[in-house]
Design a protein around this ligand. Structure first.
Ligand SMILES: C[S@@+](CC[C@H](N)C(=O)[O-])C[C@H]1O[C@@H](n2cnc3c(N)ncnc32)[C@H](O)[C@@H]1O
Length: 225
């Protein structure tokens, strides 16, 4: 079973690297990266999931846990009519807004500092709700920095709430998605989903070589039973 301390170490190494605002190049664009924000340049997960995702062109898209805004901004660039983004980390919410402005998309992307959906007032219903989650399990009874919380979810409490609450934000016919990896405790997540009357269904997946070996990145739909 994947050891959560590896993720905490990766988080700390990434944090040590980014002590001040910097820039990263991804897919032919230059992005702002603020200190304490999950770097999509430090793992292949963000780009792997970007390639698995199909954005609702002309529709509405909500990204939970937007980090730098790579995915939220890409959704707007792909032609989504309205994109909203939330993140538990205030620096990430600011980072998403900065990158949206950088690409002239400030009017299309609304970035909110929020624990999951808590601060989403006046938001529309969404055609797609998406979370590239911090899906490594970690013990609930320890303290974690906001940067570590980009990698681990203590006791999977945020996942439980996501399974329960995300469907409330959907437009008719909309889809709740979650981006997982083989580092997650999959059976526990499936059990949690079932206790919330949800089922996880694979949409697409890819296997990528990471420093620790091959990692499977999987895009799942959270289906209401
Ligand atoms: C794996 S990172 C993904 C970042 C970005 N979406 C990407 O693909 O590069 C997970 C993100 O979820 C955020 N997050 C963790 N728990 C959250 C919560 N309860 N509510 C909102 N965001 C949360 C983290 O701060 C982090 O930015």
């Amino acid at each position: 079973m994947y050891d959560y301390t590896q993720s905490l170490r990766r988080s700390d190494a990434s944090r040590d690297k980014v002590r001040q605002r910097t820039e990263i190049d991804l897919r032919g664009r230059r992005w702002t990266l603020l200190p304490d924000v999950f770097s999509p340049a430090d793992t292949k997960s963000s780009l792997a999931h970007l390639d698995l995702l199909k954005f609702p062109v002309d529709g509405t898209f909500l990204e939970v846990g937007s980090g730098t805004g790579l995915i939220a901004v890409s959704a707007a660039l792909a032609g989504c009519r309205a994109v909203w983004a939330t993140d538990l980390n205030p620096a990430a919410a600011e980072n998403t807004a900065l990158n949206a402005a950088r690409f002239g998309l400030a009017d299309k992307v609304t970035s909110v500092h929020s624990d999951l959906f808590d601060a989403l007032h006046d938001a529309p219903a969404f055609d797609v709700v998406y979370w590239h989650s911090n899906n490594v399990w970690a013990p609930p009874d320890l303290d974690y920095s906001v940067h570590q919380r980009a990698y681990v979810d203590p006791g999977y409490e945020a996942h439980r709430r996501y399974f329960r609450e995300a469907p409330d934000h959907l437009a008719p016919g909309g889809q709740v998605l979650i981006a997982l990896s083989s580092r997650a405790r999959r059976a526990e997540l499936e059990e949690l989903a079932a206790t919330e009357s949800r089922r996880l269904v694979t949409v697409d997946s890819t296997t990528v070589q990471e420093p620790e070996g091959p990692v499977v990145y999987e895009l799942m739909e959270v289906v209401t039973l």
